[in-house]
Ligand binder design. Structure first.
Ligand SMILES: [Fe+2]
Length: 311
């Protein structure tokens, strides 16, 4: 499944890079499940784009592939970061043509979800629904069940503090990026979701704190954070920071998209010294630009209710 993502994404990256003469590519994680596919994908991206930046996603750290020897996810993470170094893929903050670009390591924690629970139907547990719980192997007292992984990944950003300071002092435009979601408002409410427990496995409060320490508590017109993981198109400004997600998504998800979304290429967020116009259409952030969030309403949306009645 995830293995097919690599060649699938590559064909779009190739089109986007070649046809638009774009030199930078941000890979937001979940590149490949196997080490070999990761290497192939990043090598091709590096052939297409002069600069490639990467942060790890959860799928990248799965260790269940047969025939590969990964003692645990820590070791796989180290191997991926070593591979990036060897290929010239950046995982540290850098300045390109005056634009500051800051990768942020992150992992989700359950307490990120602060909204009311759906209790009207039986929803499978996180362990049942999320493959990370089995496919990722952690040691050092870390686990998916608490905040330890979120803190562990967040601490990896510490070593970049002086580079980040330098970027803050020299760049008026900064893009930070992460695999995971920094704020719960960047995901639809539970009653809208086929898996209403999704907010428990998507985001990190530590991440939002990092983002605010970079862009400022108030943000600025040239502050942008790009994120991934949930596959919901998103483009909204919250407290002065523009948050963008432009997923290529799985083939089956692309087929469901309306308005020609099946043909979308990777989104060009910045060119010629300027941030691009708002991503459009953007179903859920468009929806929330005109509808208030009402998480106390726990009545399932019709498509979710139908789904649970059938199962
Ligand atoms: Fe992910």
């Amino acid at each position: 499944m995830v293995v097919s993502i690599a060649p699938y994404c590559l064909s779009f990256a190739q089109q986007a890079g070649h046809s638009n003469n774009i030199s930078k590519h941000i890979a937001l994680g979940d590149v490949a499940e196997t080490y070999n596919n990761f290497i192939v994908t990043m090598s091709v991206l590096k052939d297409i784009f002069e600069h490639v930046l990467y942060v790890p996603g959860n799928h990248d750290l799965w260790c269940r592939q047969e025939g590969e020897i990964h003692l645990d996810s820590h070791q796989k993470l180290k191997k991926l970061l070593d591979a990036c170094r060897g290929l010239g893929v950046e995982t540290s903050p850098m300045v390109l043509d005056g634009l500051g670009i800051i990768p942020l390591f992150s992992w989700y924690h359950e307490s990120f979800d602060r909204e009311e629970e759906i209790t009207s139907t039986h929803i499978p547990s996180l362990e049942m629904a999320c493959k990370d719980f089995k496919a990722c192997k952690w040691s050092k007292g870390l686990s998916n069940g608490d905040i330890s992984l979120a803190l562990y990944f967040d601490a990896m950003n510490e070593k970049h503090q002086s580079l980040i300071k330098e970027i803050q002092n020299t760049c008026s435009q900064i893009i930070s990026f992460s695999h995971f979601v920094p704020r719960q408002e960047l995901c639809p409410e539970k009653r809208m979701l086929f898996y209403p427990k999704l907010p428990k496995i998507i985001g990190s409060d530590c991440l939002e704190a990092r983002i605010r320490s970079i862009h400022g508590v108030e943000g600025s017109p040239s502050a942008c954070h790009v994120f991934g993981h949930t596959h919901f198109c998103w483009d909204s400004v919250i407290h002065g920071i523009r948050y963008v997600q432009a997923p290529l998504a799985y083939p089956r998800e692309r087929k469901r998209r309306m308005n020609g979304g099946e043909n979308w290429l990777p989104f060009c967020i910045y060119s010629n010294g300027k941030f691009s116009e708002r991503l459009s259409p953007c179903y859920w952030s468009d929806y929330y630009s005109t509808h208030p969030r009402t998480p106390h309403n726990t009545q399932l949306a019709p498509w979710v209710a139908t789904f649970y009645n059938q199962t």
